[in-house]
Design a protein around this ligand. Structure first.
Ligand code: R5P
Length: 293
């Protein structure tokens, strides 16, 4: 059975269809003082999948705590969390003494709730495997890079894929390999939440149809600055392909003001830019997890 929250009904329906799972809604009531009440189907099968993409995560983590513990009491023996976007992955070390290492803390929190986890392009930088960050019995990360590559191939001839920073190499190189596109990455220095300095790679950009590929767009600062530099270097067009469309506040506007017309994302986070569904890939990942049980 696949349990879902109201705001993810559309992606839950697509996933249930692909994975051949029964669907059930998690009812969520908010009391006037802000507390939450969760209601699940009164009897659950032994194997339960919960779909929860963890953008804007703070409240969702409490929903998950209540849901997963209630599910166990209602008969679930194996809990699989499908979190297409996994939050708190960026803080994988204390950059300044005293900082919480959010990735480890959230990993342990989720591992207490579920037996297995599937996610998409988690932001793993210094930590090399999802299992290190998420100490569940089965942790599986799939990549949206091939799907984004197919979107690009359908819309651009001989594109040049550019990753806006060294960390994006893992995604941009995969996307490029699938259709034999050329690719390169920029250098990025982050000065603060809303401020980055980017240097383009030393290669000819003039006349090229460039696609910026990254795992996530948040403030849009990274992509808008990279796009401006690419246009200044003579790019004919600059498009954006990201796995996770976080797009906080005026991020899309910022990217458009930099001259980007096309923005493509997966449906890991519901957004107007969604151009590709992850349902088939997630269903295959669910089948892989169940094969191992
Ligand atoms: C960072 O390394 C990520 O891959 C993204 O490039 C970054 O999170 C984007 O953030 P923003 O949109 O706020 O510049």
């Amino acid at each position: 059975m696949l349990l879902f929250f109201d705001d993810e009904q559309a992606s839950a329906e697509r996933l249930a269809l692909e994975a051949n799972l029964d669907l059930a809604r998690i009812e969520c009531h908010r009391f006037p003082d802000g507390e939450l009440k969760i209601r699940l189907p009164p009897t659950l099968p032994k194997q339960v999948v919960v779909l929860r993409s963890l953008h804007q995560p703070n409240e969702k983590l409490i929903e998950l705590l209540l849901t997963c513990q209630a599910a166990r009491q209602l008969g679930a023996q194996h809990m699989l969390l499908v979190a297409p976007y996994l939050a708190y992955m960026r803080q994988d070390m204390a950059f300044v003494a005293g900082e919480a290492i959010s990735q480890q803390i959230m990993g342990r929190f989720l591992a207490q709730l579920v037996d297995a986890l599937i996610t998409v392009d988690p932001h793993l930088h210094r930590v090399k495997s999802l299992a290190q960050a998420m100490p569940v019995t089965h942790a599986l990360a799939i990549s949206a890079a091939p799907l984004l590559s197919d979107v690009i191939a359908a819309r651009r001839v001989l594109p040049l894929l550019i990753g806006p920073d060294e960390e994006s190499r893992q995604w941009v190189s995969q996307a490029a390999a699938r259709h034999h596109f050329e690719f390169d990455v920029c250098q990025k220095f982050r000065l603060g939440d809303h401020s980055v300095q980017i240097t383009l790679p030393p290669r000819a950009i003039k006349g090229r149809h460039v696609v910026l590929v990254d795992d996530v767009a948040s403030t849009g600062q990274t992509l808008s600055q990279a796009a401006r530099l690419l246009f200044a270097a003579g790019a004919e067009t600059v498009a954006v392909a990201v796995t996770h469309a976080l797009f906080a506040n005026d991020a899309v506007q910022k990217i458009r003001e930099a001259g980007v017309q096309d923005i493509w994302s997966t449906d890991s986070i519901p957004h107007a830019s969604n151009a590709v569904s992850l349902a088939t890939s997630l269903a295959e990942a669910i089948a892989l997890i169940y094969e191992k049980l």
